[in-house]
Design a protein around this ligand. Structure first.
Ligand SMILES: Cc1cc2nc3c(=O)[nH]c(=O)nc-3n(C[C@H](O)[C@H](O)[C@H](O)COP(=O)(O)O)c2cc1C
Length: 533
């Protein structure tokens, strides 16, 4: 790895948030991606950790040089109930449970680096979850190492290790069902031979890599890691093996990552506790003072509206034996991110960020927000609410869009509508001339949702939408003249010529704003795979 001075690491990370993960670790986009897919060869990863691996920690790990970041394990049954929501205020994508809790929050910045880890014992459900998150993450992983009863009694986690047929069914379903790489994380079996035979079977399913935690399922985090098992596995398969389990007795600093890689003969290394205690362990020059790391973590937690409970949990892990210090006590007593910030002297920063978020939220709610289009996959989105009172009776944006598409001789607009369970809200996507448009806001009825989608399309294309005050536009004139032919059509055509679909799409892409902030309201409810030693 190239050595980059510490200050430079941080400067670059802040200056170019969209590519920093690759830059700070000295690796390039080119060698982390292979054929447009995330490669697990020769990487250093933040391990999946319940409560710890939420967005602020993942982004900080990327800043400090991790190549790949795993999210905390999320259970398939909960994930399948989630709705994917674009959060305009934070510029994140949230997966929201029916009770409104954000189960998984991610953002553009980590899209090519984040691995979504799920707990599952069911191939169909696993596939449904993988498809739900597929376009927002770089890979999906199945946890096959959790020894906790809550996991094993449902046939998940380490229970899978004794059911290789189930492992094969889940992985095969995922590998054939999604376009992103699939990986899994296992613990070692009682003998080297059994472990090798299982990993060879896993390899045959077509997974991109396998992470091996070098402990038996009965072993606790305090037990030494069995590097010889990982080494034997690494020799026996050709997919990348990611060595894990070295935080306690091997990896103390960044240089130890390489020792662990060598000791295990693995292609890659994954760190859990060493990163939880001080995530700057990924900095090649050596770790930063944990006080600095806590501050940086807290800034991300505020920017991404991380749940205060989760913020506190992570800071307490970093404080370690100082958790009973005056600072530790202040953190423990705090109930909000603002109160936690006060303990770190970051209250002004916190107030400023929260005010910005509030302003943006208010603008979105009032409908007076910036109507800058943002790409959500292949859909152009704008936050638009359909207000009936803004249009004359019998005139709607949908009519205008239909009229325009006839005139342009493109296919009639096609509306697809979904309803979310938490508030029965509707959201429509309209397809016009092969391009898709949607409002990010949810409407009370299907009719309104379709009108909002039509408004987005018309506004993005720069076509009149029939609002009061636009009476000169074609359709209103046509209606007024009661059946007379296309009055005002030329004017509309003139306007529509100004912006063609292709141009608009391009403009939209280039104006899409970079990630502003992110966070997790989730109160982590799944216990960690292992208690802290
Ligand atoms: C707080 C905490 C939470 C964890 N949560 C998960 C998890 O969600 N999924 C998982 O596969 N492993 C989980 N683990 C296990 C770690 O990923 C890792 O396998 C283990 O800690 C050994 O690695 P280490 O020596 O680097 O800590 C967790 C570990 C800790 C300490």
């Amino acid at each position: 790895m190239t050595h980059v001075p510490k200050q430079e690491v941080l400067r670059r990370a802040r200056a170019d948030s969209s590519r920093s993960a690759a830059v700070v670790s000295g690796r390039t986009e080119w060698n982390i991606m292979a054929a447009g897919r995330l490669s697990f060869r020769n990487i250093t990863a933040l391990a999946p950790m319940v409560r710890v691996g939420t967005l602020p920690m993942r982004l900080l790990a990327l800043d400090y040089g991790a190549d790949v970041v795993y999210c905390e394990e999320l259970i398939d049954i909960k994930m399948v109930q989630c709705q994917r929501v674009v959060n305009e205020v934070l510029q994140t994508v949230d997966f929201v449970a029916p009770d409104d809790r954000v189960m998984f929050r991610t953002c553009e910045r980590e899209k090519d680096r984040v691995v979504f880890q799920m707990g599952t014992a069911d191939p169909d459900r696993a596939l449904a979850v993988a498809r739900l998150v597929e376009k927002d993450v770089a890979a999906v992983d199945v946890n096959m190492g959790c020894p906790k009863e809550y996991s094993t009694k449902g046939g998940m986690g380490a229970a899978l290790l004794s059911d290789p047929d189930k492992i094969e069914a889940i992985l095969t379903k995922l590998v054939t069902g999604v376009s992103i790489p699939v990986t899994c994380k296992i613990r070692i079996l009682p003998s080297v031979e059994e472990t090798i035979s299982l990993v060879q079977r896993i390899e045959r399913t077509g997974v991109a890599a396998v992470a091996v935690h070098g402990r038996f399922k009965e072993e606790r985090p305090r037990h030494p890691v069995h590097c010889n098992y990982i080494q034997a596995v690494a020799r026996a398969v050709s997919i990348p093996v990611i060595a894990n389990g070295g935080s306690l007795d091997v990896v103390k600093t960044n240089a130890d990552i390489e020792h662990f890689r060598r000791a295990t003969g693995a292609s890659s290394v994954m760190l859990a506790r060493a990163a939880m205690w001080n995530v700057s362990v990924f900095v090649s020059e050596g770790p930063l003072p944990v006080e600095k790391v806590m501050e940086e973590y807290l800034k991300y937690a505020i920017r991404y509206d991380n749940h205060a409970f989760n913020t506190k949990y992570c800071l307490c892990q970093m404080l370690r034996d100082k958790v009973e210090s005056p600072l530790g006590k202040q953190v423990q007593a705090a109930q909000t991110n603002a109160e936690i910030s006060a303990a770190y002297g970051l209250h002004t920063f916190c107030r400023h960020v929260q005010e910005q978020q509030q302003t943006r939220r208010a603008a979105l709610q009032s409908g007076g927000q910036s109507e800058r289009p943002v790409m959500d996959g292949d859909v152009t989105t704008v936050a638009v609410k359909f207000e009936r009172r803004n249009y004359p009776p019998q005139i709607t944006p949908k009519m205008f869009l239909l009229e325009w598409s006839r005139r342009e001789r493109v296919e009639q607009p096609l509306y697809e509508t979904v309803q979310r369970s938490q508030d029965r809200g509707f959201q429509s996507t309209v397809t016009v001339a092969g391009k898709r448009f949607r409002s990010t806001l949810w409407e009370k009825s299907k009719k309104f949702a379709e009108q909002a989608a039509a408004v987005v399309c018309l506004r993005v294309l720069g076509i009149p939408e029939g609002r009061i005050g636009e009476e000169d536009s074609g359709l209103v004139c046509k209606r007024k003249r009661d059946g007379k032919t296309n009055g005002g059509a030329e004017q509309q055509q003139e306007q529509s010529k100004k912006r063609h679909l292709g141009d608009v799409q391009q403009e939209t892409q280039s104006s899409a704003t970079p990630a502003l902030a992110n966070g997790d309201h989730r109160e982590a409810d799944t216990p960690p795979e292992q208690a802290q030693p």
